[in-house]
Every structure is written in C-alpha cells, then in structure tokens.
Design a protein around this ligand. Structure first.
Ligand code: SAH
Length: 355
C-alpha cells in the first residue's frame, strides 16, 4: 500500500499525563519513579521549555522524551498587553480550539485568571463565553499550561514578585463542571513540589452547582469559593442564569453555608450589575436580606459590554446606591475594579473575534 498522506500526529505535552501515567511510562522503560518528580519539577517549578535543558536527567532519557512528547502542548495564538500591566493570552490547544487566560498585576500580586472549559454550558445571558455552548472540558495539563504561560509573562515594573501569587478560576467555563481536572491542576499549583501558590490564594468561581460545592467543601482544602448569584429572587435569577431553574437560590445558599462550616472560609457572592435589570434599590434590599447573618461578602461587578449582546452596564449612581444599601444592612461589599482596559480582558471576548 502506498502511504498517500503522511499524517503527523502531534506529540502530547508531558503535563497531559497524570502522575500515574507518567510513572507507568517510566516503569515500562525500566526507569525509577523519582524521574517523574524530577520531570514535573522542571516544568512546573522551573518553567523549562525543552527537555534538552533538564540537565539532571540522563541524556538518553532526554532524547527519548523529546521523541515521544513536547514539554508544553499548547501555543500562544495571540498576546495582548494593557497599559496597566495586564496580559491576555489567546491559547491554541492541540485540537485547534482556542481558550483565554489573563495575568493581572498590581503591587505585590500577580494573579492568573484561567479557563476550565472550551466555551461554557451554563448559558448566562450576559456572558460571551457561553454564547455557543460548551465544546469540551480542558485537561489538567491544559489548565496547568495556562498558569505556566502566564507566569512567564514579564513582571510589571512596580511588581516585586516573579512567581504567581494568586489564581482566580474565572475564565471561560464552569469550573465545577470540570472539577477533577481542576483539582489536579490546582494541586500542581499549590501542593508540595508545586508552583508555591497558597491554597487560600485560589478563588474558584461557580455558577452555583450545590452538589459540587459540597464535594469541594468535603475535600478539606482552603480554596476560596465565589458564587455567581447575580439576582436576589428565583424569578429574576432564572431569567439571567438559566441553570437556576433547576437549582434555585435556596439550595445554593445552603451549599455555601456548608462550605463555610467545613472550611471556615467566607464565601463571596458575585453580582454582575446589568443596567435596568438587577440594579435597583429594591434588588439591593432583597440581596442584603438574603445574605444578612451569613458569613458572606458581596462583590459587585459592573457589566462589561459584550458586542452583540443587548445588556448595558449600570450607571455609577446605581452602583454607589446599591453598595450603600448592602453596607447599611451590615453585609460586607466591594465593587470590582476594572483591569485590562483596551484589551477586551472580560472573558470570552477575544476568542469570539478569532473564530
Ligand atoms: N462559570 C463561573 C466562572 C465564570 S467567569 C461562574 O459562573 O462563576 C467569572 C465571573 O464573571 C462570573 O461571575 C460571571 O458571571 C462574570 N461575567 C461573565 N461575563 C461578564 C460580563 N460581560 N461582565 C461582567 N461580568 C461577567
């Protein structure tokens, strides 16, 4: 038979293998398990981008690795930098799909905002990521690679840290719908032999999937949980967050309380303010009523315009009034600052321009 078309199957990234898979690969070649630790240390701690430079590995192994794998399997399709030191990357996966991640730098913080899925299946009406549904979950390796790519971006002049200090899982996708891969990636970020990021400096933002929130609570990790509430009543929430039809606010609040009981960590409730939709004084009163007495913090997020979507941001007066009401009722509240002006840093937007 004549080989008409020589297909080149892309080599897998080494981080695409779980620890166990890597151990098996090494064992099959008669190599000790400690090599797995060395290899992962080169990639995750040192940020190595070639096998050749892994000088404490035998040369033959380095050569064999280079034939079987690539150090990183994703590529940066586009890189944008804002004047405030924010970097946004459009990352191409091996199957050609595109995802986004962002590095936000201020004072002594370098925060990575990462994606967990290609697209999103939750369908929140104001969000660019979910406009075409979900394509697939990311692997743990694809999530870790976002962190490595962001860490390698130049540190802003005023920032003393070179490493990443914080992670917010607020990019594309619903993190709790891809919990296993996320947990494996976060282990690489926070665990012993990892990137040196404290678990308390990781925020996982969820649309509110109660069963998964409880599972996360039971793990005994110190991750900070943020819940996208966005409305104080089921009728309004179901209009803007369609998954609410099945879950309902009460079950989400109970799961958030459980999270606090188990972890001792205060839960944040995110509230995207949409002009004329959920930004009235009456909405603020109701929201305060729901959260009073809970160990909760409210993060108000003025809507970022998404081209093609009808929603508009709230007026500055509406934001100030809303915040004042919540505060007066004794609930802790902040307004999220906007970062990355000029580079469409709000999630899901860059990918839409490319596809
Ligand atoms: N699926 C997770 C992570 C999503 S992104 C979740 O729902 O929480 C993190 C936050 O950004 C969420 O609160 C989301 O509702 C919000 N968000 C999405 N699009 C936005 C936009 N255009 N303007 C402001 N906030 C937005």
């Amino acid at each position: 038979m004549i080989d008409l078309e020589k297909r080149t199957v892309p080599r897998r990234g080494l981080l695409g293998l779980s620890r166990d898979e890597l151990a098996v690969w090494l064992r099959e070649r008669g190599l000790p398990a400690m090599r797995a630790r060395q290899l992962r240390r080169w990639l995750i701690v040192e940020g190595a981008d070639s096998f050749a430079g892994m000088t404490d590995l035998p040369k033959a192994l380095r050569e064999e690795l280079a034939e079987a794998f690539v150090p990183l399997e994703t590529t940066v399709a586009r890189h944008m930098q804002a004047a405030d030191g924010t970097h946004k990357l459009l990352v191409r996966l091996q199957d050609g799909q595109l995802i986004e991640c962002v590095l936000i730098q201020e004072n002594d913080r370098r925060t990575a905002c990462i994606s967990t899925q290609v697209g999103c299946g939750m369908g929140c009406v104001f969000c660019a990521s979910g406009l075409n549904g979900v394509e697939r979950n990311l692997t743990a390796g694809e999530i870790i690679e976002q962190l490595l790519r962001l860490r390698a971006m130049p540190a802003a002049a005023a920032v003393t840290e070179k490493r990443l200090t914080n992670i917010v899982v607020m990019g594309m996708g619903e993190p709790l719908a891809n919990l296993d891969a996320l947990l494996e990636a976060l282990q690489a970020a926070t665990g012993k032999d990892g990137m040196g990021i404290g678990a308390r400096h990781v925020t996982i933002s969820t649309v509110g999937l109660p069963a998964k929130m409880r599972r996360l609570a039971d793990l005994g990790k110190q991750y900070h949980l943020a819940v996208s509430l966005h409305a104080p009543s089921d009728a309004l929430r179901t209009r803007i967050v369609p998954t609410n039809a099945k879950t309902g606010i009460a079950a989400i609040l109970e799961a958030a309380d459980y999270y606090f009981q188990k972890t001792g960590r205060q839960v944040t409730f995110e509230y995207v303010m949409l002009g004329g939709v959920n930004d009235s004084a009456a909405d603020a009163e109701k929201l305060a009523g729901l959260l009073r007495g809970r160990c909760a913090h409210v993060n108000l997020i003025p809507f970022n315009d998404v081209s093609g979507l009808p929603d508009r941001g709230p007026s500055p007066e509406a934001v100030a009034a809303f915040q004042a009401i919540i505060r007066r009722r004794g609930v802790s509240v902040k307004v999220r600052k906007r970062k990355g002006a000029g580079i469409d840093a709000a999630c899901g937007q860059l990918r839409r321009q490319e596809s």
